[in-house]
Design a protein around this ligand. Structure first.
Ligand SMILES: Nc1ncnc2c1ncn2[C@@H]1O[C@H](COP(=O)(O)OP(=O)(O)O)[C@@H](O)[C@H]1O
Ligand SMILES: N[C@@H](CCC(=O)OP(=O)(O)O)C(=O)O
Length: 360
């Protein structure tokens, strides 16, 4: 034990830092960079084993060519390919000043959810950890830009981290977007349904960031259902990491785990259910609701109503006859197809494609 922290396998943490917390006006911001490296270094001194997931490649690459400022997939992917080297070099150089070695890992969600691909990732991370290196992860954007909050959440489940710390440019989740003025109040802890909080979270305002607070909540669904305590905090608050890890009071928003690590997380299922905010909802009858709530397969239940507009493969809420959200998952039919009515619940959802909501 060092500084009160158990340094067995229970010291793993995933720290994700967003674009606006590293980049200012298209350049790596030295103050933000140093704050992050100092935070990680203090965590390591206290006995933590952090894996860092950092965004910023797109914002950095965009400033190099005006063509890359366009909002197209190719422009984003090329900007990321250009900016990633700059991002990693800056992190590597600053960590060197703290006498820490780094190594770069580029991942996609599929590397973490496909069992045949996960072994290599696990062995590499284990060896890096045993050598005291700081793994620096980003999405392999040249193959498809998604969102690092969600990637970090999958990674936290994958390594059975004790903590997922989402560092951003606001001190947690508020009851309204704090950057739009007004008197939004911080929510200290979310123990009830995360779906209720989705109503107050909005998209991104950041430069080059993806998703905003709403997508951070997708990450919170995944991590907490994988047994990982999740905290959203201000990237400039260098005390947040150790406080959040210890379970002390933190100036951020805490999402306690909804299950424990003793239940091995099915990351593919969590990815299918929570990778994006929902596009609509499907109302099940009492038989379907009972099947989901008791963990049985969805045989026998019927769909009573469809709300919103969605495509086949989209994420939707599964709502009980009492209007309570009971599960979320990827739907097999579009709302236009399903809206024709008379469907059994199992026609809409594969058993492996939805997740029952745990803990309220
Ligand atoms: N309810 C809310 N509470 C806090 N921030 C919110 C909320 N709704 C929207 N936001 C916005 O989410 C942004 C953080 O998301 P994002 O820009 O994607 O961050 P990052 O780049 O760090 O991942 C904040 O800057 C804020 O403007
Ligand atoms: N992988 C992309 C970042 C995507 C992303 O999720 O950005 P952010 O919302 O700022 O965490 C990049 O490095 O620019």
């Amino acid at each position: 034990m060092r500084d009160g922290i158990n340094d067995g396998t229970g010291n793993r943490v995933v720290i994700k830092v967003g674009t606006s917390s590293l980049i200012t006006r298209g350049k790596v911001d030295p103050v933000k960079l140093d704050t992050l490296c100092a935070t990680v270094s203090k965590g390591i001194e206290a006995g933590l084993a952090p894996v860092l997931v950092t965004s910023g490649a797109i914002a950095l690459g965009r400033t190099k060519h005006s063509t890359l400022a366009q909002d197209t997939t190719e422009a984003r992917q090329t900007a990321a390919a250009l900016g990633q080297g700059v991002l990693y070099s800056a992190l590597h150089a600053r960590f060197t000043a703290y006498s820490l070695e780094t190594g770069q890992i580029m991942l996609t969600p599929h590397d973490l959810i496909a069992p045949e691909r996960g072994g290599g990732v696990r062995r590499t991370l284990d060896l890096m950890r045993s050598l005291g290196m700081v793994p620096i992860v980003n999405e392999n954007d040249a193959l498809g830009v998604r969102n690092n909050d969600v990637l970090a959440a999958l990674l936290s489940g994958f390594i059975e981290a004790r903590l997922l710390l989402l560092l951003t440019n606001v001190a947690g989740l508020y009851d309204g977007n704090p950057l739009l003025g007004g008197d939004a109040a911080r929510i200290a802890e979310v123990t009830g349904p995360i779906s209720e909080i989705e109503a107050v979270a909005e998209g991104s305002t950041g430069d080059g960031g993806t998703g905003g607070m709403l997508v951070k909540l997708s990450a919170c669904w995944i991590a907490t259902h994988a047994g990982v305590r999740t905290v959203v905090a201000d990237a400039m608050d260098s005390t947040a990491l150790i406080a959040a890890f210890r379970g002390d009071k933190v100036a951020g928003t805490v999402f306690p785990p909804r299950t424990s690590h003793s239940v091995s997380p099915d990351l593919r299922r969590l990815w299918r259910a929570f990778r994006t905010p929902p596009s609509g909802s499907v109302v099940c009858d009492a038989a379907g609701q009972q099947a989901i709530e008791s963990g049985r397969a969805l045989r026998g239940g019927n769909v009573d109503a469809i709300r919103g507009s969605f495509e086949s493969g989209d994420v939707v809420d599964i709502v009980g006859s009492d209007s309570r959200m009971i599960a979320r998952g990827s739907v097999r039919l579009s709302s236009a197809e399903a809206g024709a009515g008379g469907w059994s619940a199992s026609a809409l959802f594969n058993d492996c494609d939805y997740v029952r909501i745990l803990g309220g």
